[in-house]
Design a protein around this ligand. Structure first.
Ligand code: FAD
Length: 397
């Protein structure tokens, strides 16, 4: 997209979020169900369509704006200033990542059934990978959900949890083991992705897992899949290729999370700076005190460094690379830096910082899980170090 056109899109997104979305978000303390759930989603998406900012990431033939990763960054950040902004633009997790995956991997028939209604915002979806112990968590190779080949398709059985958006989703992308045993190296394959309509026999929503955040539509649910029949036509991509496709989804999905949470952290920072600029203590403006200046400066540094890494990662992704190292580095740094920003913002605002009079407490609450999902920081550091040793010393002998 041309530079001027992109700037105008960012401006319109920013204006829409400030005028039409933030007031609803703040009134309901970021609790999406209390604010209206799916009815709110439909209403906001309609308004976003009217101002021409709906689905900026989706293909143009599906009603989107077809933005690449670098161009997405400022638009998603503007949307992320409100916890409900990404939902309004149809760029929220997990739908946005699922749109990307389906675009890359789905057959023409699967696109018609799953991708088209998802990109148009007619339905929601979920991505089901994580399992309770001893199944897949930080280590995907522990995948225990199984798919067994039967005539004309597969029977999928297993328990998943923390599945974002599951309540009300129209379909799930389920990762299941089709080869090998839990604990085997993921490079050896063994997992397959299945498209599973929520209405399929054997799909059960067990419970909502209560987490600190409240802004994600459909919650984070525990799901039970019992002998769910999936026809061969609904295998997503090749059999035993699931771990490879997970990387296709996860690299960009991690970066779009960084974009959205940068918007949230920027808002928390601005609110906190506004507070300290207008408050006096011990005979001076708080904003002019050394320790406060350090917090303001550190927030600026963390935000700027996050954006710089993000652009580098997005460039590599736009050039068609896997960008494994840079997306891991960016995800780890951003998860921790943005957490520091919102935590400093809470501190700068004193008692109001932990109240719901200001939005900083809710932003801190919502940002915290990002250090855990999309790969905990420790797992990324482990991968970053292993790649670095390989690159610097050559392949292991
Ligand atoms: C809000 C939220 C939404 C989520 N949404 C989804 C979703 O939509 N779909 C889905 O499939 N999953 C989802 N998840 C699950 C998420 O991906 C997992 O929680 C994450 O992968 C960690 O797995 P685990 O919880 O089993 O932690 P565990 O595997 O039990 O790990 C616990 C901790 O161990 C440490 N650790 C792990 N490996 C190493 C290592 N190699 N070195 C050092 N320390 C290590 C890390 O600190 C880690 O946090 C979501 C989670 C949350 C909190």
């Amino acid at each position: 997209m041309a530079r001027m056109e992109l700037q105008e899109l960012v401006r319109r997104t920013d204006e829409f979020i400030r005028q039409s979305v933030i007031p609803i978000d703040d009134e309901h303390d970021g609790d999406v169900e209390a604010a209206g759930g799916d009815a709110l989603r439909s209403r906001l998406q309609e308004q976003a369509r009217e101002v021409g900012i709906f689905a900026p990431h989706a293909p143009i033939d599906l009603g989107g704006l077809g933005l690449g990763m670098v161009d997405r960054a400022p638009v998603f950040e503007a949307a992320g200033r409100s916890l409900f902004g990404p939902m309004a633009l149809n760029i929220n997790a997990p739908d946005e990542g699922n749109i990307h995956l389906l675009e890359q991997v789905a057959t023409r028939e699967q696109r018609g059934r799953y991708l088209d209604p998802l990109a148009r915002g007619e339905v929601r979806s979920a991505f089901a990978m994580t399992e309770p112990a001893p199944g897949a968590g930080a280590d995907p190779s522990m995948l225990a959900t199984r798919a067994v080949k039967v005539d004309g398709g597969w029977l999928v059985s297993g328990r998943k949890w923390f599945i974002t958006g599951a309540d009300g989703a129209s379909f799930f992308i389920v990762m299941a083991r089709t080869k090998g045993e839990p604990g085997r190296d993921v490079a050896g394959g063994g997992a397959t992705m299945f498209l599973v309509p929520a209405a399929s026999a054997g799909v059960e929503l067990v419970r909502h897992v209560r987490t600190v955040d409240r802004s994600m539509l459909g919650g984070h649910c525990e799901m039970l899949f019992t002998d769910v029949f999936v026809p061969d036509d609904d295998v997503l991509g090749g059999v035993d290729e699931g771990f490879r496709y997970a990387q296709v989804r996860l690299g960009p999905a991690r970066m779009t999370h960084v974009m959205r949470w940068t918007g949230a952290a920027q808002r928390a920072h601005e609110v906190a700076v506004g507070y300290v600029a207008g408050r006096e203590a011990h005979g001076a403006r708080l904003a002019d005190m050394g320790m406060m200046q350090q917090m303001i400066a550190d927030n600026e540094i963390d935000l700027a460094a996050t954006r710089a890494l993000l652009v580098q990662a997005c460039r590599e992704l736009d050039e068609g690379g896997r960008a494994s190292q840079i997306t891991s580095i960016t995800k780890t740094f951003a998860g921790e830096a943005l957490h520091r920003v919102v935590d400093r913002a809470v501190q700068m605002c004193g008692g109001s910082g932990v109240s719901d009079d200001l939005p900083v407490a809710k932003l801190a609450r919502e940002v915290r899980p990002f250090r855990i999902y999309d790969g905990p920081s420790e797992v990324h550091r482990w991968s970053i170090a292993r790649r670095a040793v390989r690159i610097i010393t050559g392949p292991a002998r």
